[in-house]
Design a protein. Structure first.
Length: 303
């Protein structure tokens, strides 16, 4: 095994925090304690777009935050890369694989508001910042008297915009706030019943070349197999709806007290929310969960 590995990461504070989580997990393994992991910060075309257009509301940036990182992998400039799983397409780029799902933080969405005002107590006409179609759909569902305004930038940029611009509150991922030690700024958490997260939200995936067996073997050492299983089911459900990272689909799977999987999902269509759940008690195999939930929601949509 090599003595040094180059790890690709976006240059944002959150991306670097996430990359260091993975590196720390690798360093905690005794046989890897003398290995050097060096981070290479990569500015993606999506990052450049936001720097050059700080007030951009463009939604068609799918893949723009991973393209240059994947190119660095394919050219062997880096050895592996860390990503937020919720931002990754269901099928990895040709020649690359998602070798490991190493960690999952709190998957819920949260509210950060001026003066710490709870969602239900926001004044009519209050402006909510989010560029997620799923989150904005939930806002309209829960409080159709509020205004949704697109917002771009990393977490710190958004928090500054909340303070200095015409926003009353933001909806963000709990995982991002916790990984940046900003949990004290959270006004409230949305329950999984009120706002089902994006598929894979809070999970970190590690991507590498499909033929680098030594690296794959190393990354498998930090894989959480149960998290991987749950996240894969969520992503399979999203794929059935042909979901891009900005599609109005929510999905979350969890284990009950008997260690059986429960899969929750919803899809917004024609300004209506279609929601259901399915458990392992109701289907023969785990592989049937996503398809069964898809069928149930599709039937509701077609009535």
């Amino acid at each position: 095994m090599k003595e040094k590995f180059i790890v690709g990461s976006r240059a944002s504070t959150l991306a670097l925090a996430q990359t260091n989580i993975v590196i720390d997990k690798l360093k905690s393994i005794s046989k890897l304690k003398n290995i050097i992991f060096q981070i290479e910060e990569i500015t993606t075309s999506g990052d450049k777009h936001l720097i050059e257009n700080p007030n951009s509301t463009e939604k068609s940036l799918k893949g723009a935050f991973t393209k240059e990182i994947e190119e660095a992998l394919l050219s062997k400039r880096i050895d592996f890369a860390v990503h937020s799983m919720k931002d990754m397409p269901t099928i990895s780029t040709k020649g690359l694989i998602y070798a490991s799902v190493a960690d999952r933080e709190d998957p819920r969405d949260i509210l950060v508001s001026k003066n710490n005002i709870k969602f239900k107590d926001l004044n009519k006409g209050s402006v909510i910042g989010t560029t997620s179609l799923r989150r904005s759909s939930y806002v309209h569902l829960l409080r159709n008297d509020l205004i949704v305004k697109p917002i771009r930038g990393n977490i710190n940029t958004r928090l500054k915009k909340l303070e200095n611009e015409n926003y009353d509150a933001l909806i963000l991922a709990a995982a991002a706030m916790k990984r940046l030690n900003l949990e004290n700024m959270i006004t409230e958490y949305f329950s999984l019943e009120d706002m089902i997260p994006a598929p894979g939200q809070g999970a970190l995936c590690v991507q590498c070349r499909e033929n680098d067996e030594d690296i794959i073997e190393m990354l498998k050492l930090i894989e959480d197999k149960k998290i991987r299983e749950l996240v894969d089911i969520e992503r399979e459900f999203a794929c059935l709806f042909d979901s891009g990272c900005n599609s109005p689909v929510g999905c979350y799977s969890k284990l009950d007290n008997d260690n059986n999987i429960i899969l929750y999902g919803n899809f917004f269509y024609n300004d209506k929310s279609y929601m259901d759940k399915v458990s392992l008690y109701e289907v023969k195999n785990k592989s049937d969960l996503a398809l069964e939930l898809y069928k149930r929601i599709s039937e509701k949509m077609n009535k």
